[in-house]
Design a protein. Structure first.
Length: 169
């Protein structure tokens, strides 16, 4: 498998990567928000521990494949976001997966505690983080894409208008 052959003509693409298939249950919430904002994306399973060569090849070629932002979900030791950030200078957003043993605290601490020079933007544990990762990616892309900026502004306005002025009786 090679990522070099996948060079795309689309201007901005978000890549949603996960350490295992089970992470998709949470990260599909990221995909749903990106779809609503009309942002092109792809999804891949790339394990920092079980497929390290796949990780390196993906990260080295991400920019060539027009990836603009990488959203990386991982649980437990959660090395995927940090390893990607160590290889590429693209923005990486880490989504800590909720785990059975420590409820995702282990994932959160692993992703957020990166050494100086290897930054990973980190969001909340689980589904809320997955949704916010999509909005975070959209705000990064919106800096250079007026259409995405308009979509993001419309989404936020709709969210604001949905807040009632008074509680229901």
């Amino acid at each position: 498998m090679t990522f070099k052959k996948n060079i795309r003509k689309n201007k901005f693409i978000v890549s949603i990567v996960m350490g295992s298939k089970s992470d998709w249950k949470t990260l599909k919430k990221t995909a749903e928000i990106l779809k609503k904002l009309n942002i092109k994306f792809e999804s891949k399973i790339i394990s920092a521990h079980r497929t390290p060569l796949r990780l390196v090849e993906f990260a080295q070629n991400a920019k060539l494949n027009n990836i603009s932002v990488i959203i990386a979900g991982a649980g437990g030791s959660a090395h995927l976001p940090g390893m990607l950030a160590a290889i590429t200078n693209l923005p990486i957003i880490g989504v800590p997966m909720e785990t059975k043993s420590l409820k995702g605290i282990d994932s959160l601490l692993s992703i957020v505690q990166m050494p100086f020079g290897i930054p990973v933007g980190t969001v909340a544990i689980g589904e809320t983080g997955a949704k916010n990762a999509a909005l975070y990616a959209a705000s990064i892309i919106a800096l250079n894409d007026n259409k995405i900026a308009k979509n993001l502004n419309a989404w936020r306005k709709k969210q604001t208008l949905a807040v009632k002025h008074r509680p229901q009786k």
